[in-house]
Design a protein around this ligand. Structure first.
Ligand SMILES: Cc1cc2nc3c(=O)[nH]c(=O)nc-3n(C[C@H](O)[C@H](O)[C@H](O)COP(=O)(O)O)c2cc1C
Length: 175
């Protein structure tokens, strides 16, 4: 029996170069459907997504983060991952799980993807989170964890193999 999820997980690599070709909306929807199935604390599903395809907006979002957002301007789509954080203790965990589902779902469709981190990152004037929320009309009680940049792969990174697994990180019964 092949382990399909293992195959997807070992092929998934951060893709930071995109060809500029368009990914069909249906594929983006399939990826988002997977993200909506991510588990969340108390099953509360607090994570919301803003899907951005507008090129000038992608560039503006990239500028909201002082460093490490280079993949965004050439991406075809950005999914901005956020939550209404009012009274929510575990929104970061929930958003991280949903983002991971996006990365894996993207790989299943051979779509390139990269996690661009936003939370606790500096913007041009204030924080990257605040500047992105301003751009996208996101209410003040929300926080952005990250933006996932998506596009047709413009670079080919080698899949991980079983040799790459950090087996030493696994402890059995006791540390
Ligand atoms: C929490 C987190 C934050 C990350 N932030 C960024 C980022 O801001 N910019 C970026 O280009 N990559 C970012 N990455 C991608 C990592 O650099 C990448 O996953 C790591 O180098 C391993 O490479 P791989 O994804 O190809 O396996 C982030 C990944 C995670 C999980």
């Amino acid at each position: 029996m092949t382990n399909e999820l293992f195959e997807i997980a070992r092929r998934r690599r951060s893709c930071r170069k995109f060809t500029g070709e368009k990914i069909p909306d249906e594929i983006i929807d399939e990826i988002l459907n997977v993200a909506l199935l991510a588990p969340s604390s108390w099953g509360g599903h607090p994570i919301e997504f803003v899907v951005v395809r507008d090129k000038s907006m992608l560039q503006k979002i990239a500028r909201c983060k002082r460093m490490g957002a280079q993949p965004l301007p050439q991406a075809d789509v950005a999914i901005v991952v956020m939550a209404n954080t009012t009274g929510l203790e575990l929104w970061i965990e929930d958003a991280a799980v949903a983002s991971t589902y996006i990365l894996l779902a993207a790989e299943q469709f051979n779509v390139g993807a990269c996690w661009i981190h936003i939370r606790n990152r500096a913007g041009q004037r204030t924080t990257a989170d605040e500047e992105i929320r301003e751009l996208l009309n996101v209410p003040d009680n929300f926080s952005v964890l990250n933006v996932v940049a998506l596009g047709v792969k413009g670079e080919n990174k080698s899949a991980r193999t079983t040799k790459d697994l950090q087996l030493k990180n696994i402890h059995r019964e006791k540390f």
